[in-house]
Design a protein around this ligand. Sequence first.
Ligand SMILES: Cc1ncc(COP(=O)(O)O)c(C=O)c1O
Length: 474
Amino acid sequence: MRGTELTQFLDGLTQRIELYINSADNTDHKTVDYLTPSSRGQSTDLSLPLEGNGSQSILDDIDEFLRQCVRTNRPEFMNPLWGGLNVAGFAGEVIAALTNQSMYTYELSPIATLIEQAIVERMMEIVGYAEGFGTLTTGGSNGNMMGMLCARQASHPMSSITGFDGSKYVAFVSAEAHYSVLMSANVVGIGYQNLVKVACDSRGRMKPESLVEEIVRARTNGQTPFCIIATSGTTVRGAFDPLKEIANIAHDNNIWLHVDAAWGGSSLFSKRFRKLMDGVELADSVCWDAHKMMGMPLICSVFLTKSKDTLRAVCAHGDAAHYLFHEDTKDIDLGRYSLQCGRRNDSLKLWIAWREIGDAGWAKMVERYCDLSDYLEALVAKSEHLTMMSERRWTNVCFRFESENLDLNELNTEIRNRLMREGVHLVSRSNIGEDVVIRAVVANPLIDESVLESLVSAVERHGQEIIREIPARY
Ligand SMILES: Cc1ncc(COP(=O)(O)O)c(C=O)c1O
């Protein structure tokens, strides 16, 4: 496409982007039109034609997609640990796709390489690493896997070359850690039965004394503890494990400490909340998702380690690629510090967004989200039907609707299903212990007090409706 056709196409594209962004808080739009997979499949032409449909079809297909997608930029979208649209980040994403750099060598992505290094260095400074290195990964799941892989490398340096019998190696995580740690244990070769889930206190934080007990137990059983993964911002409750105490235990026992700060890492920007991660500077590695609270378009996730050499050893496979990596650029080619070959330029959007608002802007964002979460918690406390299900530290607000003589798990599951079918407020259904809870997350710049009020009244309305229907059911 070129000339006038290209200009018209780009005009059409820009109009759609503008419309999508501007409709984010229109009250006449839903967050999603709920349809089952089969009815959605039947009502949409998904076929891939033998002969192309021509350039006219591009905008039609985009229209169809925009009509059907979940509108993650709407303020009522409070289901995962991210939401909203950061326009600067979006612009960076578009330019990254437009210019299509791959992050393996300086030669092929010169400015992007320097930008990525600037991001990694700044994030290391914020974490409190005087030296080290890092890489952008495909997400916190991958960052946790990198952490465990570095731990394996540190404890068994030949493992990447000779292979590894991991059946006697054990890693420790909190009982409320993200499920990706199971994947890490699988991929790294210890198997997830060798991942010890350490007990948490009533607020969902790993108990240091239980960690010590588990390490002693493992040693007594002839196993080799090699990795602890602490979480800063757990997925369901937003709990922060006590890093200082855990770091002391890790150091006393010569065990690698990785911190999963995929969700809670942004607390480091705020003077009010930074203390939640006191001791992070003592950890050997950290992962931090900028595509969660910082609102970058997926994917934007950073893995940092104090030990550049360990990361280099874990990623040494690149040395075989004579067609890509050369001796004279060995200190600048980022592909030597990544498990990927072709890799997206995920740092550009973060760099552009960061330069727009600075550290001060991120701090303001964190504090506003926490204040709004306080507001939601207060609404729950005021409601005669709703109860908070966990003490809160972060922007996960876990609550449920209560009513006497009813199965509260069934009731809250049904409330969540009805919210989903209504298609306005999207929240998550999670578990704390045996209890089903409704988890709303404040991580979306368009959320304000009125959106939280409307969420609470929607939950109350559905809850009361269900109760009214019960006699009719029997
Ligand atoms: C605590 C925590 N760690 C890791 C992850 C995985 O992050 P990603 O989706 O970027 O792989 C999540 C995802 O929600 C998470 O909550």
